[in-house]
Design a protein around this ligand. Structure first.
Ligand code: MN
Length: 484
């Protein structure tokens, strides 16, 4: 099974995408490294810059065949030849709709031009793959005439383009079975994903005898895109044991294309999306830890990825315990329960808990005394543009409840002043106060570090949370627990 990658041509037709020659070369090198058979490097007629980029790729000494796209215009074919490619992907409209409405020509004229262009490519030393544009909406009889005409002129491969993605697997199968039986050259399939069937149709084409499949990395392309290379390669291998490209480099290739194009794959995109091998729910993580295939179709290593656990409101304790261990901390059951509670608290706010946040939570939990002598029962802070920041706190210290309010330079200062008023007679003072935002965004987890002094004794403590005022108070109370 031959793989033609058209990331650099059809993929580049993704709305808003334009790749510089340097980026095209980087992607071409990686495509060659993973082993695609044909790289459609661009459309030489587009511009002088595009021609130059194709020429550089064609002269890079890659193992893959390098192709340029061309319309049935001698100037297009000449531009491809000038770019030194060894293959021309010649696209000729095949459906009545495209021939009459787009090209405003007759079928006879199309056949004549097609033959002329193939002969020109041949005389220039390039092979030709003849593409039937809108082939999926062309009667099979017409397709046979279209292709036979091209093969007589010298085309050594032909391709049915499902230009607007309207085929289904049954229709694809029927069409390919008929074409493959009658034609003596490999028949390729070029699938678009408008109905989400590009991969299913490509598989149907393969089962019916197609010899080559067209695809793009990450499924880039016009509208809903083309058949994704990574999915085609993996499913051919998974279901039929067909070897095409080097699967273990697929993720690397996908990331490179994502980085260079700036077009992000959706999180739930098969195989290469951020969540494709990420597990959060406690039940799944527990299963994965016992045996990975419980909740994974294939191992992430198969395409060069690693498994990831994410932490949030669905997290279970086993996953957290494992991640904490990977971060260097062995948690006992009591600590684990506290960590799980804090993670779920953040998760309930619609957040995924990052490693940095988990580390802060671990630090927070491990630093907490088991039976605090002073604890926060209630707190209200009021602030605004024309009010004096005021805070009221209710704390229990040595089993006695105290209520106090304070004002200050902002709500944190007001709350800390109220606490100070409660513990003031103990001679405790705040000597240092610092806040770090662990993540970006206004819902960031903050890490508050404080130093407290009582006589010549100084302690430092810290707390983490999403509310800066409450977290500050908790950091101070934790320090006070260490002092009294
Ligand atoms: Mn296309």
């Amino acid at each position: 099974m031959l793989i033609l990658d058209t990331t650099l041509r059809d993929g580049e037709q993704t709305p808003g995408l334009s790749l510089t020659p340097e980026k095209k070369l980087m992607i071409a090198r990686k495509l060659d490294e993973v082993g695609v058979n044909i790289i459609e490097a661009g459309s030489a007629c587009t511009s002088a810059g595009e021609r130059a980029a194709i020429k550089v790729i064609a002269n890079e000494g890659l193992k893959a065949e390098i192709a340029s796209f061309a319309r049935i215009l001698p100037a297009d074919v000449q531009a491809a030849l000038d770019a030194d490619v060894n293959r021309v992907c010649l696209v000729a409209p095949a459906s009545d709709l495209h021939i009459s409405q787009k090209l405003k020509k007759t079928r006879e004229q199309v056949l004549e031009l097609t033959a002329k262009c193939i002969e020109l490519a041949k005389s220039g030393g390039a092979k030709t793959e003849l593409l039937a544009e809108d082939g999926s909406r062309t009667a099979t009889g017409e397709l046979l005439v279209h292709f036979s005409n091209g093969i007589s002129a010298g085309a050594d491969r032909v391709c049915v383009c499902d230009t607007v993605g309207v085929l289904n697997p049954e229709a694809t199968s029927e069409m390919f079975t008929a074409l493959v039986k009658k034609l003596k050259v490999p028949v390729a399939f070029h699938g678009h994903n408008d109905f989400g069937l590009a991969v299913a149709n490509s598989l149907a084409a393969y089962r019916a005898g197609a010899g080559e499949l067209h695809c793009t990395v990450n499924g880039l392309g016009e509208r809903a895109g083309n058949a994704p290379l990574e999915e085609i390669a993996l499913v051919l291998n998974y279901f039929y044991g067909v070897k095409t490209i080097e699967l273990t480099k697929l993720y690397e290739l996908s990331r490179l294309v994502e980085t260079l194009t700036g077009i992000r794959s959706g999180n739930n995109k098969p195989l290469v999306g951020a969540n494709a091998f990420t597990h959060e729910s406690g039940i799944h993580v527990d299963g994965i830890l016992k045996c990975a295939s419980t909740y994974e179709p294939v191992s992430p290593e198969m395409i060069g990825r690693v498994r990831r656990f994410s932490f949030g409101k669905h997290s279970g304790r086993q996953g957290l315990k494992l991640r904490a261990k990977e971060l260097g901390v062995e948690l006992n059951e009591e600590q684990l329960a506290k960590v799980a509670e804090k993670v779920k608290e953040l998760g309930d706010k619609g957040r995924e808990v990052s490693d940095a946040e988990l580390q802060v939570i671990l630090m927070d939990v491990l630093g907490s005394p088991n039976k605090p002598r002073i604890r926060l029962d209630e707190m209200v802070a009021v602030t605004g543009s024309s009010v004096v920041p005021t805070a009221s706190v209710k704390v229990t210290m040595n089993d006695i409840t105290y209520t106090m309010s304070g004002t200050g330079d902002g709500p944190v200062d007001a709350a800390l002043n109220a606490i100070e008023a409660i513990v003031g007679n103990k001679g405790i003072s705040l000597s240092e106060y610092a806040v770090d935002a662990i993540t970006g965004g206004s819902d960031a987890l903050v890490h508050v570090r404080v130093k407290l002094k009582m006589g010549d004794k100084e302690v430092s403590s810290a707390s983490a949370g999403t509310d800066i005022v409450v977290t500050s108070v908790q950091a101070v109370l934790k320090g006070i627990n260490l002092l009294i």
